[in-house]
Design a binder for this molecule. Sequence first.
Ligand code: WQD
Length: 376
Amino acid sequence: MANKSLAKDHADTCVLVTGGAGFIGSHTCVELLNQGYRVVVVDDLSNSSEVALDRVRRITGVDDDRLAFYEANVLDREALAQVFEEHDIDAIIHFAGFKAVGESVQKPLEYYWNNFAGTLVLCDVARDHGVKNIVFSSSATVYGEPEFIPITEDCPKHEATNPYGQTKSMLEQVLTDLYVGDGEWNVVLLRYFNPIGAHESGLIGEDPKGIPNNLLPYVAQVAVGKLERVGVFGDDYPTHDGTGVRDYIHVVDLARGHVAALDWMGGKVGTGKADTLGTLAGEPAADGTRRGVGIFNLGTGTGSSVLDVIHAFERACGKTLPYEVKPRRAGDVAVNYAACDKAREELGWTAQYDLERMCADGWRWQSQNPDGYATA
Ligand code: WQD
């Protein structure tokens, strides 16, 4: 079956967003609706809240069928088939998946089943309905201990150190193989660096269950008084202050990267030449839409240390945040930041917001919603 064409206006394009009630998913729904797309969210609410979608409606003013929601898991083939039958889906942005690195070591079966098998079911049902346009939520984790910094897309991938990372890496391969086997597929793999911050309205943001694993939600909960002090994992790395350096990116910038990827797939931006992509780029289809596999880093290109982040958050919230240096965390690398030239040149996308703004917006969300969506 021929692939659905993306050579049309946003208003005529319907995007299935799996995991659309989650942190990155909800912000992406806002940007898609702002750009006039129709959106169908499939989310099992296992690590998210439907309140996020009410907030998406408030932010965008969209209160009609331009945004639809199905509570379902991507492993549920029948539920997915029903979504494709009830909506004329053109493309998929696939976020749904478990994302806690440590938990994935304890629960490998759950991670492989949900993340890996779930994506296979999704692609299978999509293909049955003639939808072969997919943007996949990948991660800088696929680079492992990076061979060079800043990390370009052709930096070799390394064996993942945990099942979460393994699923991302394996799914990149699966999606690439789909195109190799059937040149109708149009795939974009977006490798995220460290998404933080929140929508400037303070209405949507990150709402982790239990004690946060990641730095920013932890710092935010210290700032709001829910946790006592930040543990800084190691201060003897070869960096400017000894603490680990990462490429933090505002979640709204990241969300906009997905909208840019859809425009790119539709042949609306970029050159798509194989030599500039360095990935698999097929000849565009007769309608100008792309075919192939595009791989893009989404980061800012700027590295910030743990202490840089703590101090930026202190400025945002106007308080001193207590911290304590602890031993290094197993599996952490010293420095990790992206080269973002390819996304700029091909997608016409660059991150707009700096660390100060990420912390200001993150603080607005946290202070207005100290218990996340629970009390909404
Ligand atoms: C950032 C820095 C820590 C917590 C992880 C996943 C990755 C991606 C994003 C998402 C590091 C330090 C952290 C704390 C600290 N996955 N730190 N105290 O490890 O870069 O990336 O999240 O779904 O795949 O690996 O992000 O926020 O955990 O850590 O000092 O309490 O902060 O050592 O230097 P990381 P992070």
